[in-house]
Structures are given as structure tokens and as C-alpha cells.
Design a binder for this molecule. Structure first.
Ligand code: KE4
Length: 431
């Protein structure tokens, strides 16, 4: 990356590393797997972000998913300003929390009750504790490459930041904790059946991203979700869908609506906070009533249901719900970039596989199609990094890791997508 074009980002990164581990507050932001220093972002509007040197980019990170309406949406900002005037946090229940909970329970038939927390990690961690408390069983099953935040029992072969660093599990997670987490390949239904048969009555839950986006976008194959649902129902195992990314993105009702497969517990985040810290987990009343203070599974949070985050979430969901064509529009945009990319890939000598689910997509630098994490590990990460840098230099800000998804917002217009395709064509013929 040319020095002067990124002068301020470089200066800020040096300063940041003196006082923040790795100079960032979340690992993937460090751009470590794409071989260049990170951009420091100064502002964002609609489909664009602007770095500290006023360079403009078409943004496909969208804060890792929340900004489905685009950045700095005037309707969201107006609602927040109004809320701010009445105070920002009370540590007491507010009417708005009921409104957000009612919205979620109306849109997700599998959710009778929902608990709001402050991050996806907190929501997934609490959902696991709830499944263990409700069933009285200890073991959990997750799928390699699926990422559910950084709580200890889920940081076993995580698929987001950790995978980017090629370290499938984290230092600091004790052997005893990871012993209760069984990890199998995604799309491996036979493997799941075998583990459940062997472990019989020790398994509290199976947790998965219904469409994994943390090893790049990997698509469920051969009715995988339906088969997992049937098997877990038959064997009294709680099924947890982590819809932190897919919720309110693949459809208003998330992957559950798209595939018509309903989990026992659902984990949500990102979009439901409209860009503010939030997470949520919900399910049938008989399960959720196990959560304190109505039941024995403890869970708490100072800023849970924060009025500002809840206001932004309510308004985001209402806009998504009331604008009927939203998801058709996102599908049109996703289709446009997919068709354009496929034409470019077919003419290119590079081996690239594109996966897309609605407004989520990943370009894998891979020889053949991919169905799980070990397939993704075979990708040409060096070539991906060169592609990423080439796109960045042309004003296109893709997710800075082969193991992540790219996101499209309602504000990305066909002109932005055509400029993205032009940049991709240009980079690939020079790669
Ligand atoms: P947070 O704790 O980061 O709010 O959510 C954790 C989480 C849970 N479940 C899924 C499916 C997720 O994708 C995430 C977080 N996503 C990553 C991006 N892949 C957040 C970006 C980051 O870690 O900086």
C-alpha cells in the first residue's frame, strides 16, 4: 500500500499498538492475514466508509453485518438522538425492551421469550449454559469453522479470527472445558449421527450457524439443517441456531424462515442493535423460563437491553419489516454481483469459487467447491491477500480475511456493484 495515501492510518496504527494489544480491539481488524496495515476509519455514509486519509471505499464489511440499512441511516440516527435526551442507561427495565422482545417473538415463531445481552458472544455463551441447565447434560457439539464468539467452551476450532491466524483453538482455554465440546465437520450428518449414538445421553445441545459465514460463506448441503433438526428432536438434544449473522439478513426471520427449520434456542446479534452493542437469545417459554430470575440458570448484564441499542434495533427491524421489498432488493444486488463475478471468474485463469447466500458472499481462492472448514484451509491465502490489497487500492473494502463473509446493504446500488466488478476484473488480470 502506498505510504502517503495511508499516512494517517499508518500513524494511528503505530500509536495504537503502544496502548492496545495488536493495535486493535478485535483481531480480524488488524489485517494480519492480508499483509498490510489496517485502515483507520473516520466516517461512513450509506454503502461507503472513509479512512483517516479521506480515501473512500465501497464497504462490504458493514461492521461485520449490523449495517444492513447502510451507515448513518437518518431514520436510525433520529431515533437515537431522541432517546439520548432521556438518558442512556438506567440498569432498570424499560418499555422499549418489551417492544424489541415483542418484535423478535413475532418474527421468529420458535421464540416465545428472549433475553437481551450486549454481544453475540454473551448470547451464545448464555444459550449453551441454558441448554446445559435445562437438560442437565454437559457435552455440546459444534461444527468446525463455525464461530459463536469467544467464550471458552466455544473457542474450540473457532472459525473466525482464530482460524484466520490458523490457530483453531485459543490459549487460555482449559483442557477440562474443551473436553466437553465435540467438534465435527460442517455438512457431516453421518459424523453427527455417530457422535450422538456414541455419546447417547451426555449431549446438551448442538450449536451451529445455519449458514456458516465465519469460514467464509459455506452452504448447508443435502437438507443438512432439516436432518440435524429431526435427529436432535428425536434424541432430546437442544438445537441452537446461531443467527447472529443470518438473523434478519437472509430473510426477516433469518435462516429459520428461509429453510423452514426451527431451532429450540436462537442466538441473535448485530442487525438487532442497528450498530450498537447487543446480543439476544430466545426460545420456547418452557426453556427460557429456566433463565434467572424465573429459573435456576444464572445470566445477567449491566447494559443488557440498553435503551440506545434497543431503540436502534427496534427502528432497524421496523424498517426491514415495513419495507416489503427489502429482501428481494438484497437478493437482486447479491445476484448481480454473483453473475458478474462468475463471468469474470470464467474468463480468468485463477481458480476462484464464489459462494453466496442472499446478501452474504465469499470469493474462495480454491481449486474446487467447498463444503467444510478443511476445504477452506486449502485456499490460496497468499493469493487472497493480494486480491484483497488490489481491491482496497481500487476503493473496494472487502472483508480482510478468507475466513469471513462480505455483506451487501440496501444502500449498495448497481453502480457500486459494477465498480466492484470492474475493480475485480482489473485486479485478477494483474494478479
Ligand atoms: P460478538 O461477540 O462479536 O458480538 O458476536 C460473536 C459472534 C457470534 N456468532 C456469530 C455467527 C458471529 O459471526 C459472531 C461475530 N462475528 C465476527 C465476524 N465474523 C465479528 C467480528 C470480530 O470478531 O471482530
Amino acid at each position: 500500500m502506498k505510504k502517503n495515501k495511508y499516512k494517517n492510518s499508518k500513524k494511528y496504527f503505530i500509536a495504537a499498538k503502544k496502548v492496545i494489544p495488536g493495535g486493535v480491539n478485535s483481531p480480524v481488524r488488524a489485517f494480519s492475514s492480508v499483509g498490510c496495515d489496517p485502515l483507520f476509519i473516520s466516517k461512513a455514509r450509506g454503502a461507503y466508509v472513509y479512512d483517516a486519509d479521506a480515501n473512500k471505499y465501497i464497504d462490504y464489511v458493514l461492521s461485520w453485518g449490523p449495517m444492513i440499512l447502510g451507515h448513518a441511516d437518518k431514520r436510525i440516527n433520529k431515533g437515537i438522538v431522541k432517546t439520548l435526551k432521556n438518558g442512556t442507561s438506567f440498569g432498570a427495565p424499560t418499555k422499549k425492551e418489551i417492544e424489541l422482545a415483542e418484535l423478535i417473538t413475532k418474527i421468529y415463531p420458535s421464540i416465545d421469550k428472549v433475553r437481551l445481552v450486549s454481544s453475540g458472544t454473551e448470547a451464545a455463551m448464555s444459550a449453551i449454559r441454558l441448554a446445559r441447565g435445562y437438560t442437565g447434560k454437559d457435552k455440546i457439539i459444534k461444527f468446525e469453522g463455525c464461530y459463536h464468539g469467544h467464550s471458552d467452551s466455544l473457542l474450540v476450532k473457532a472459525g473466525s479470527g482464530a482460524a484466520t491466524f490458523g490457530v483453531p483453538s485459543s490459549a487460555g482455554v482449559t483442557k477440562t472445558v474443551s473436553r466437553d465440546t465435540i467438534v465435527i465437520p460442517f455438512n457431516d450428518f453421518e459424523g453427527l449421527k455417530k457422535v450422538i449414538k456414541k455419546e447417547k445421553n451426555n449431549i446438551a445441545c448442538v450449536i451451529l450457524e445455519p449458514v456458516p459465514a465465519n469460514m467464509g460463506v459455506i452452504l448447508p448441503q443435502d437438507n443438512f439443517l432439516k436432518k440435524v433438526r429431526e435427529l436432535t428432536a428425536k434424541t432430546n438434544i437442544i438445537l441452537i441456531f446461531d443467527e447472529v449473522i443470518t438473523g434478519f439478513r437472509l430473510a426477516l426471520g433469518g435462516a429459520q424462515e428461509l429453510f423452514n427449520v426451527h431451532s429450540d434456542i436462537t442466538v441473535l446479534g448485530k442487525i438487532i442493535g442497528g450498530g450498537f452493542p447487543i446480543g439476544a437469545f430466545g426460545g420456547r417459554a418452557e426453556i427460557m423460563n429456566f433463565i434467572s430470575p424465573s429459573g435456576p440458570v444464572y445470566q445477567a448484564g449491566t447494559l443488557s437491553g440498553n435503551p440506545v441499542a434497543v431503540t436502534a434495533g427496534i427502528n432497524t427491524i421496523k424498517i426491514l419489516r415495513n419495507n416489503k421489498g427489502t429482501y428481494k432488493l438484497l437478493e437482486t444486488k447479491g445476484k448481480h454481483i454473483e453473475e458478474g463475478m462468475r463471468k469474470i471468474i470464467n474468463k480468468s485463469h485463477h481458480k476462484i469459487v464464489m459462494h453466496r447466500a442472499g446478501s452474504l458472499f465469499t470469493l474462495f481462492f480454491a481449486e474446487s467447491d467447498l463444503k467444510n472448514y478443511s476445504d477452506v484451509l486449502k485456499c490460496d491465502l497468499k493469493k487472497f491477500a493480494r486480491f484483497f490489497r488490489g481491491m482496497l487500492a481500487r476503493g473496494v473494502y472487502l472483508s480482510p480475511s478468507q475466513f469471513e463473509a462480505n455483506f451487501i446493504s440496501v444502500k449498495h446500488d448497481l453502480g457500486d456493484i459494477d465498480r466492484t466488478l470492474k475493480a475485480a476484473r482489473d485486479v485478477l488480470c494483474k494478479l
